[in-house]
Design a protein around this ligand. Structure first.
Ligand code: SRM
Ligand code: SF4
Length: 573
């Protein structure tokens, strides 16, 4: 058996990738096997590259075990959606597929990387889902797995023609870095099978074993750091001078996942490698990705992200390797400043004369609840909308490309269902995020999405009392330390350790340029509220002009020797 941390042996996943014939393995056969709702561990590692995870309904686990039955297996599917764009027709199709194919309450779940997730899809329905998506030109290729994942960028490029250029470059990088294997089409779309299961194509960039680990890219357009660029393996910060895109500051080596109690794992902010011109995006991206492909740790998956390669080999070495491979010399980074991470809410006019509406969606969960028909209302809008929808990096939605004539019609639908009220909530709520966690996530140690509403309901009166109801304060929670809602970049971060046990982090910079620090190692949610309440009250009285809650905690609350996570050097104010 392979020892996952033996420095001399490649990790088990490396063998799985190598013998998979470019991500085929036994997926097709196992998905056709009706004797079980699940698939093997090996096939499960490979389906991730197809955007698909085997999960089970954890709410049912104990009862099913007691009855001696198989787990309630089901699949999660993540769509690939660079920049989070989707047409009304695609929205309607996804909405229908969720209603038809998901068990439990059908929902569309908007993720922290600007895409959709389906949950609760039974094995026999996975192919229908993929084929339904294919019918509207959507796929889930490389949404997960050891490859370049969904590329993030500002969701509303029409605000400014330069933003549109950045979107186009993000899309081009996403296309460039897609795996070339035909496996997805063969397995899910019934394209002709390659004789003998042999791979008929090569992966010129990735090779047979792809990357050592997942790889994430984000494009930020200052002054907004909505994509949390310093959390990305590879980041491009647009530099705009005299209304023209002149290039990008490139960031490398961000990443947030860690394991409780394992000091060798940690969240890390990316370093700034230097400035490049717009036409250098793809060659630089390719050089960063292939350097990580060749030098990333393939023995220990807990040490395999790009951030650890940079930690081990140093930024100067990594930058030199990228320059040599690309033939491009980084120029000195340009000065930039980020002022916000928040999505714009409500109506905004764009440079091209159209309008967009930013709609807050708590935890990105588009579902119908009694008195709150979010899914039905958005379906009604999709039926008449002639623009498109954009998913944001904070799990929210923008309804984009709205003409002046359609604006009152869409507004009417939002008001009729009370959805406009979502944007009137506290600054804390509008800046909150949570990961999915229970009951679907196999790695969850605690609740997250299901307890966020209760937590907010308890903190909002505290903010009201302190006169801070409109103040933007970021709160993010996750059900484990993997960090899927980027909690280490929140002014208040809660990270699950066990049922109703969380680590409480404070003091990140609101703009996403400083990680938070551990404030309390293990607290219940109730204890966390008791701890945060007096700090909010003190902040209201003692804050300096313009000082955010995270900055206040960093200055006045946290001991200077408290646990620091940051080892990166972000170049931002
Ligand atoms: Fe994540 C694993 C959900 C964004 C770090 N993440 C998972 C899995 C697939 C659990 C698993 O491996 O079995 C979760 C599925 C839960 C479920 O039931 O849906 C999951 N991650 C999510 C989403 C859906 C959270 C959300 O509520 O929106 C986000 C989907 C993003 C997307 O559309 O692609 C999501 N995950 C993130 C982010 C944030 C980001 O990328 O901006 C991070 C931190 C940034 C980073 O990668 O460093 C993140 N997810 C992880 C990790 C830790 C990786 C690491 O380097 O240690 C894991 C576990 C792993 O890879 O081993 C993980
Ligand atoms: Fe699951 Fe942990 Fe990610 Fe939450 S942070 S979705 S619990 S892996």
């Amino acid at each position: 058996m392979t020892n996952p941390t033996d420095p001399l042996q490649p990790s088990a996943n490396e063998g799985i990738k190598a013998r998979s014939h470019h991500l085929r393995g036994t997926i097709a056969q196992e998905m056709a096997d009706t004797s079980t709702g699940g698939i093997s561990e090996e096939a499960g590692q490979l389906t991730k590259f197809h955007g698909l995870y085997l999960q089970d309904d954890r709410d049912q686990r104990i009862a099913l075990k007691r009855e001696g039955k198989e787990k309630a297996f089901q699949f999660m599917l993540r769509v690939r959606l660079p920049g989070g764009r989707t047409t009304p027709q695609q929205w309607l199709t996804l909405d229908q597929l969720a209603s038809d194919l998901e068990v439990g309450s059908p929902s569309l779940r908007l993720t922290t990387r600007q895409t959709f997730q389906f949950h609760g899809v039974l094995k026999g329905n996975v192919k229908k889902l993929v084929q339904g998506m294919h019918g509207v030109l959507l796929d889930s290729i490389a949404a997960c797995g050891d490859v370049n994942r969904n590329v993030m960028t500002s969701p509303n490029p029409e605000r400014n023609p330069v933003l549109m250029q950045v979107y186009e470059q993000a899309k081009a990088w996403s296309d460039f870095a897609l795996p070339k294997t035909h496996a997805y089409h063969e397995i899910w779309l019934d394209d002709e099978l390659v004789a003998g299961g042999e791979a008929r194509e090569s992966e010129p960039m990735y090779g047979a074993t792809y990357l050592p680990r997942k790889f994430k890219t984000g494009f930020a357009v200052p002054p907004s750091n909505d994509v949390d660029v310093f959390s990305q393996d590879l980041g491009f910060i647009a530099i705009i001078e005299n209304d023209k895109l002149v290039g990008y500051n490139v960031t490398i080596g961000g990443g947030l996942g860690m394991s409780h109690g394992n000091v060798d794992t940690f969240p890390r902010l990316a370093d700034v490698a230097g400035f490049i011109t717009p036409e250098q995006v793809i060659p630089i991206g390719e050089a960063v990705l292939t350097t990580q492909r060749d030098y990333g740790d393939r023995h220990n998956r807990k040490h395999a992200r790009l951030k650890y390669t940079i930690e081990d080999k140093g930024l100067d070495w990594f930058r030199g390797e990228v320059e040599q491979r690309s033939g491009i010399k980084f120029q000195p980074a340009r000065y930039i400043t980020f002022t916000t991470i928040e999505d714009p809410h409500g109506w905004h006019e764009c440079a091209d004369g159209t309008w967009f509406y930013g709609l807050h969606i708590l935890s990105g969960r588009v579902v119908d609840r009694p008195g709150w028909p979010m899914k039905a209302a958005l379906r009604e809008i999709a039926r008449i909308h002639t623009g498109d929808f954009r998913l944001t990096p904070s799990q929210n939605l923008t309804i984009s490309g709205v003409t002046l004539e359609q604006k009152p019609v869409i507004d009417g639908i939002l008001q009729k269902h009370g959805l406009d009220q979502e944007n009137e909530r506290s600054g804390l709520r509008l800046n909150s995020m949570s990961c999915v966690a229970l009951p679907t996530c196999g790695l969850a140690l605690s609740e997250s999405e299901r307890v966020l509403p209760g937590l907010l309901a308890k903190l909002e009166p505290v903010l009201d009392g302190a006169g801070l109801q409109r103040d933007a304060i970021s709160l993010r929670m996750t059900g484990c330390p993997n960090g899927c809602a980027r909690p280490y970049l929140a002014e208040i971060g809660l990270v699950g350790k066990a049922p109703n046990k969380f680590a409480l982090y404070l003091g990140a910079k609101y703009q996403g340029t400083r990680l938070n620090r551990l404030y309390a190692a293990t607290v219940t949610l109730e204890q966390a509220i008791e701890m945060v309440t007096p700090l909010i009250q003190r902040y209201a009285k003692e804050r300096q002009p313009g000082e955010g809650f995270g900055d206040y905690c960093d200055r006045a609350v946290l001991p200077k020797d408290a646990t620091f996570h940051s080892v990166g050097t972000p170049l931002a104010a």
